[in-house]
Design a protein around this ligand. Structure first.
Ligand code: ATP
Length: 378
């Protein structure tokens, strides 16, 4: 998905070069509007006016406080008919349900389950010029992908746990054979599109679980192992969720693809983001068999919202993933070329060092970073 995809001319149907794509955009809350509009500006610059049509939609915690709906029906309808969905972030502190959980998260949680976006793809890639905390490692040495199962696991219990008299509380971890098989297959297939782990060039799928403790995780490991028989060219590796947090710091070059249950994937992908400069550098694609939603791996960062201080790279790189996914869906090489150009422009701006956002050690505002990427594209 985020690596070169075989896009030979023969695969391109006649007329593809005239095709336009409808992109549903949901700015959301906090820094959501800033980073989403930054990505839209960069995508427009890279694709010109001719291929992408953006349709701005309501949704998020602010929308909920105004109307009582976090995901309006009209937004869901457009998302279903669009070619892809680009999202900033959602959630506002204090906007919670009676049970204490945050309203804003429901925007993407509802879209994940209703559009069956079962694979949450989170690349962990160190870009040049980024002053990451792992000083031993250079760009090219940290380049792997975490695939987070996105529709099951512990988070499938959201809104359905039990709170008995305020004394006993439960949430259940849910796994299905279909759910594990499809995310495992997706992860093995993704490894085939890449060049293997930086350390040794081997295609490798690491299953991150706690199979030693819970039956559900033993099931996740067993079913993934069964699926591995279809992918004998990809090495199978196992790691417990606690131990992998150390491995990701000490031997990040060993990893190619890591597949994990929903909550574990959520946690380890934030750790992975930390190793490459932070949440502002971590893009994400949530895809199923039909739909794709693209947003940075971070939340709405209310502490810096409205200050033009956000790092837009996570959302810009999510836009790159969107173009690559669309290119694959529609066999359209123009999109792949535009994705490569944006990726190169991001690397150029970071390496140049004059427009580096604040969270990774620079002083540039969100708008300055956006302009710098657009300039690099010209
Ligand atoms: P969620 O649970 O919705 O993912 P969160 O509560 O974990 O969100 P974030 O909103 O991601 O938290 O923010 C965590 C910290 O990271 C905040 O201090 C925030 O300022 C910082 N942060 C997150 N995204 C960015 C960004 N794009 N640019 C700069 N700082 C960011």
């Amino acid at each position: 998905m985020q690596t070169p995809i075989d896009m030979s001319q023969e695969q391109t149907p006649a007329g593809t070069d005239r095709r336009r794509y409808r992109i549903a955009t949901i700015d959301g809350d906090g820094i959501g509007p800033e980073v989403c509009q930054s990505a839209v500006a960069v995508l427009r610059e890279a694709c010109g006016s001719g291929w992408l049509d953006f349709e701005a939609l309501d949704g998020g915690a602010g929308q909920y406080t105004r109307t009582g709906e976090v995901l309006p029906a009209a937004t869901e309808t457009v998302c279903r008919s669009a070619d892809a969905i680009l999202h900033g972030a959602a959630g506002l502190p204090g906007v919670t349900y009676a049970d204490g959980t945050e309203v804003g998260n429901d925007l993407h949680l509802m879209l994940r389950s209703r559009l069956d976006l079962y694979a949450n793809v989170r690349p962990i890639k160190l870009y040049p010029g980024v002053d990451g905390p792992l000083k031993r490692w250079s760009p090219g040495q940290i380049d792997y992908v975490i695939v987070r199962e996105n529709t099951e696991g512990l988070y499938a219990s959201r809104g359905a746990g039990i709170n008995l008299r305020g004394e006993v509380v439960t949430d259940s971890l849910v796994m299905t054979r279909k759910g594990v098989e499809r995310v495992a297959r997706f992860s093995f297939a993704l490894s085939r599109q890449r060049n293997g782990a930086p350390r040794d060039g081997k295609r490798r799928l690491t299953v991150c679980d706690k199979a030693n403790i819970l039956r559900s995780y033993a099931f996740f490991r067993a079913v993934t192992t069964e699926v591995s028989a279809e992918f004998s060219d990809v090495e199978l590796d196992y790691a417990y969720a606690d131990a992998i947090t150390v491995h990701m710091l000490r031997k990040p070059d060993f990893y190619d693809i890591i597949v994990a249950e929903n909550m574990f994937g959520d946690i380890i992908s934030d750790l992975g983001a930390g190793t490459i400069g932070g949440l502002g550098m971590a893009p994400s694609a949530e895809v199923g068999d039909q739909y794709g939603l693209f947003q940075g791996a971070h939340g709405s960062a209310p502490d810096i919202a409205g200050q033009d201080a956000a790092n837009p790279f996570a959302t810009i790189l999510s836009g790159v993933m969107m173009l690559r996914w669309l290119a694959q869906q529609h066999a359209d090489p123009r999109l792949l070329a535009a994705a490569d150009r944006i990726d190169a422009a991001v690397a150029q701006v970071l390496e140049d060092g004059r427009s580096v956002p604040r969270d990774i050690g620079g002083t540039a505002r969100c708008s300055e970073v956006t302009h710098a990427v657009c300039r690099a594209l010209k």
